[in-house]
Each structure stands twice: as structure tokens, then as C-alpha cells.
Design a protein around this ligand. Structure first.
Ligand SMILES: *[C@@H]1O[C@H](CO)[C@@H](O)[C@H](O)[C@H]1NC(C)=O
Ligand SMILES: *[C@@H]1O[C@H](CO)[C@@H](O)[C@H](O)[C@H]1NC(C)=O
Length: 503
């Protein structure tokens, strides 16, 4: 979940890219999209073999833009056989909230495909413009896997720009075939499936031993074969074989499903951002060599066009003049960065990273030259020295410049700081959480202000009391460590040890 949260910045950028801008359809009379709510949802769904439900919120911009496209698709599909019904639910409406949580709606719009009277639920993973919606849903309502009997079938069924999974069988019966069909049912909203008795009909044309699961893809080695027909094994194979060695992040919408997959992966994520129009050729093959080297070893690779990646750079606290830049984000959300990287340095740097020789990058404001207000300014680069190694009891406010509650707290902290001015063992400090990376293993910042107390020996406690001068002073007095006057050297080593434990 934490992974999801961290990448939601990039996903938001992506969804802006994916949002289709279209003029709204002019004054249609009949509405083809059904409106459902908690009173009639179950009743309607239970009667239908196939229904698509969009959960939206009236205030959501990403919902408004595709709405006319969704309506257009509904009107085209209204006469389709078998029937395809499109519906919408206002998930913002209080009375529909239970329905929304039942369908795990976490963002808007969320579109689900419900089959068999609602017994099977899948995510809609198709396009957002009318023609694309129609094509995708026609496929979804048909059989999960289509039989390929001729070259013409193959040409019609297989979209060479997408991943296509085909089972090549001796006969269409038996356990392996049945497993293949249930796999197709399970993953049909993600991939297109087909089955055939004759591998020669397929675009790759390579002969196979029957039965074989063959995955056709528009990138890398173009196809991959697999012979284990256990459903789980096939699913894992498809997940891996359909991931490009390098995921491309640019304007091309055909690449976006792979970008989503990249960010969903549990791997360490390497991202190289270069200017595609001037630098791509210098980097591509060197980067590819590195990616091939680490395939299956816990690192995924993405190559982003600077033109598209401005938001991603900003998210990592990087500036365009640091490009070409490679970033690795590991499983613990630590960032490793090599700005102004050259093609020949990629392999060595990634190797150094894997061997633990690269220090994590921590975004920081410059350490202020003057710091003589009662409340001291801490930045990431001074956090260690001013807070963890200072031997002081520190009350640290993590704030955002725009946050109203922080502005209210500021004069109170000033007063607290003034009252401790003659106490060398206590410091009141503040850190701008929007301009500095916060060590996530030490502080859990879910909103601003977040206030922590770090005792002289390094005990970290969130301050959750009232934000009044008296309560804060009380808390500091109760939680501060008494200075160990007798043996200050020993107390220093204790401090470092416990700080290390927190890392
Ligand atoms: C469901 O109920 C809502 C609110 O009464 C109504 O607007 C909508 O048309 C109903 N939908 C169907 C399919 O009956
Ligand atoms: C990429 O390079 C081209 C050609 O040199 C240049 O015109 C363009 O401004 C560059 N784009 C970025 C984002 O730096």
C-alpha cells in the first residue's frame, strides 16, 4: 500500500495524460447509460450477464471528460448481440457509499465489468474513447478465447501491437485445454486470448510441440513459449513475459499499460530520463544491455522521455538540467540518483547500486547560514547533526508552508522555544516537509503539521497532545532524558547506537 501511495504522484501524472479531452456530445435525447443507485443496483445487475459500471463523482474532472464517450459507446452497444449494458453510479452520494466500498472504489472514475448476474467482477482496462470502448467491450462480451482456424482469423483476432496469448493444442479438450480456458476467463480484461490447432497460422510462424502456451508481444524477442498448464504457473509466466525489458514512458498511449505495470511491480525500479529527440540513440542500447543483465534479478527498468517526464522529475526533486538522469527507487522507497549520467556510466552505476555502494539521495534545502530564531530550522542535511546527534531533547515540527494549522501552531512553538531558551538540553525545531525528504523509517508523516519528540538518547515519540503552550511544555518535561553528567562519553555512544537501531 505504501508503494502505491508513493507512486500515486506518477500515476496521477499518467492519468492526466490518459484523460481524453473531447467536446461534450450535443443534446442527445435518450440516455443509453443506465443510472443506478443503492435502491436498484442489485436488482438490475442480477438480471444481466454482462454489465459495465462506472463509479464516478460529480466533482471529478477525469470523469466528466470521458462521460460523452461512454454515452456514445453505450448507444452503439445498445443494439449489440449479446447485449452490453453500460451503467453509472454516483459513488460520492452517501447512500451509495456501501456499494462503492463493496466494489473497492478508491479513485474516480472506477469502471468494473460484472458478469453472470454480478458473480464475477473484473477491472475495466480498456481505452476511454468511444471506438476503443466499443471494440474492447465487444471482445469482453464474447468468448474469453477465440479459435483461430485460418490466416484470416489470425489477422482479425490478433492485434500485433498488443500482447496476445495463444494456446496451441492437439485437440480442444482435456485438462490442459480447460485450464487454459479458465486462465483466459480470469485474465481476459488484461490480455487477448486465442487457441488453435495449427501454430503455422500464427504471425511468428515458429513450429511448436503441442500443447504450448505462446505469448506474442510487440517488443523484445516477440514471442515466448511455456509448457506448464497449471493455471497459477501460466499466470506467472504471462506476467513476466508480457513485461518489456525496458518500459517506455512517453506520449504514446500504447505504452501506458506497461508503465502502470512497471509501477505495480514489487521490484526495485530503475528510471532513466533522457531527451528522446536528441539523446535516445546514445543511451538506448547501453541501457538495454544493463536491463538484460538484471532481468529476473529484482530490478525493473523504465526509459522516460524528458518531454513527458517533467512531473516525474519534480516528484523526485530533480531539475531538467540534471538530465540525463537515472533514478532507482528501492523497495523501502529510498532513492538513488545519478544526475548528468553518461551512457558508459550506466552499467557501473547500477552494479555499484546492487552492491550497496551508492548512498541514497535525500532531497534537502540548503543548511541555513543564519539560524538564530527561537525555533531552529532543520533541513534533511542537518537532521542527523542537529537532531539525532546533538544530545538534545528536540521537539520537531514537520510542516508545509501552505498549511493553515501550521501557521496557527507557529507562534505557540515560538513561545515554547522562548521558555526553553536558557535550557541547553532542549531545542524546538521545524522542518519543511515539502522541500526535504523525511526518513520514512523514523517519522510517519501523513499530514501537516506532524510533531515528533526526539529525546536526547534518541527515543522518538509522536506528539499527539493539544497544540497549546502548556501541554507541549508539559510533554517535553515528562519525556526528556535527564542528562547523564557523570559519563558523557558513554551517553554519546548510547545515542549513536539507538539512532542506528532506528535506521
Ligand atoms: C434507479 O433509481 C434511480 C433513483 O431513483 C433512478 O434515477 C434510476 O433511473 C433507476 N435506474 C433504473 C435502471 O431503474
Ligand atoms: C530535447 O532536444 C531537442 C533537440 O535538441 C530540443 O529542441 C528540446 O528542447 C529538448 N527538450 C527538452 C525537454 O529538453
Amino acid at each position: 500500500m505504501a508503494r502505491k501511495k508513493v507512486f500515486s504522484g506518477i500515476l496521477a501524472i499518467l492519468s492526466v495524460l490518459l484523460a481524453v479531452s473531447v467536446a461534450s456530445a450535443a443534446g442527445e435525447e435518450k440516455e443509453y447509460v443506465l443510472t443506478l443507485d443503492h435502491t436498484n443496483f442489485s436488482e438490475t445487475v442480477s438480471k444481466l450477464n454482462f454489465i459495465v459500471v462506472e463509479f464516478y463523482a460529480p466533482w471529478c474532472g477525469h470523469c466528466k471528460k470521458p462521460a460523452p464517450e461512454y454515452e456514445k459507446a453505450a448507444s452503439v452497444l445498445s443494439s449489440h448481440d449479446p447485449p452490453v449494458t453500460l451503467a453509472k453510479v454516483d459513488a460520492n452520494e452517501d447512500s451509495n457509499r456501501d456499494l462503492a466500498s463493496q466494489y473497492e472504489v478508491q479513485g474516480f472514475p472506477t469502471i468494473k465489468i460484472l458478469r453472470d448476474g454480478g458473480k464475477t467482477v473484473q477491472d475495466y482496462k480498456g481505452p476511454r474513447e468511444a471506438d476503443g470502448i466499443v471494440t474492447y467491450l465487444k471482445k469482453q462480451v464474447g468468448p474469453a478465447s477465440s479459435e483461430i482456424k485460418s490466416k484470416e482469423d489470425a489477422a482479425n483476432i490478433i492485434d500485433e501491437k498488443k500482447v496476445f496469448v495463444v494456446g496451441v493444442f492437439q485437440e480442444f479438450s482435456g485438462e490442459k485445454f480447460e485450464n487454459f480456458i479458465s486462465l483466459a476467463e480470469k485474465l481476459r480484461s488484461d490480455y487477448d486470448f486465442g487457441h488453435t490447432l495449427d501454430a503455422k497460422l500464427l504471425p511468428s510462424g515458429e513450429p511448436v510441440d503441442k500443447p504450448t502456451l505462446r505469448l506474442l508481444k510487440p517488443f523484445d524477442e516477440l514471442f515466448a513459449d511455456f509448457q506448464d498448464f497449471q493455471v497459477d504457473a501460466m499466470e506467472k509466466f504471462i506476467g513476466e513475459a508480457s513485461t518489456p525489458i525496458i518500459t517506455i514512458f512517453d506520449q504514446n498511449p500504447e505504452n501506458h499499460p506497461y508503465v502502470n505495470k512497471f509501477f505495480d511491480s514489487p521490484n526495485d525500479k530503475a528510471m532513466l530520463f533522457v531527451n528522446f529527440s536528441s539523446e535516445l540513440s546514445a543511451f538506448k542500447s547501453k541501457y538495454n544491455d544493463v536491463a538484460v543483465l538484471y532481468k529476473g534479478k529484482g530490478v525493473s527498468f523504465l526509459l522516460g522521455d524528458l518531454e513527458t517526464s517533467g512531473g516525474a522529475l519534480q516528484y523526485f526533486g530533480l531539475k531538467e538540467d540534471q538530465a540525463p538522469v537515472i533514478v532507482i527507487q528501492d523497495k523501502d522507497q529510498q532513492k538513488f540518483i545519478k544526475p548528468n549520467v553518461e551512457p558508459d556510466q550506466l552499467a557501473t552505476w547500477v552494479k555499484d547500486y546492487k552492491e550497496g555502494k551508492v548512498e541514497p539521495f535525500i532531497r534537502s534545502e540548503p543548511i541555513p547560514e543564519v539560524n538564530n530564531e527561537p525555533v531552529k530550522v532543520v533541513v534533511s542535511d542537518s537532521l542527523e547533526n542537529m537532531v539525532f546527534k546533538s544530545g538534545k531533547n528536540v521537539l520537531l515540527e514537520i510542516y508545509a508552508p501552505w498549511c493553515g494549522h501550521c501557521k496557527k501552531l507557529a507562534p505557540i512553538l515560538d513561545e515554547v522555544a522562548v521558555s526553553f531558551e536558557n535550557d541547553p538540553d532542549v531545542m524546538i525545531a521545524k522542518l519543511d516537509g515539502t522541500a526535504n525528504d523525511i526518513p520514512g523509517k523514523k517519522f510517519d508523516v501523513q499530514g501537516y503539521p506532524t510533531v515528533y519528540f526526539i529525546s536526547a538518547t534518541g527515543n522518538i515519540t509522536p506528539y499527539e497532545g493539544d497544540r497549546t503552550k502548556d501541554d507541549i511544555i508539559d510533554f517535553i518535561q515528562k519525556n526528556r532524558d535527564k542528562p547523564l553528567q557523570s559519563d558523557s562519553i558513554k551517553s554519546d555512544s548510547v545515542k549513536e547506537e539507538s539512532a542506528k537501531d532506528e535506521l
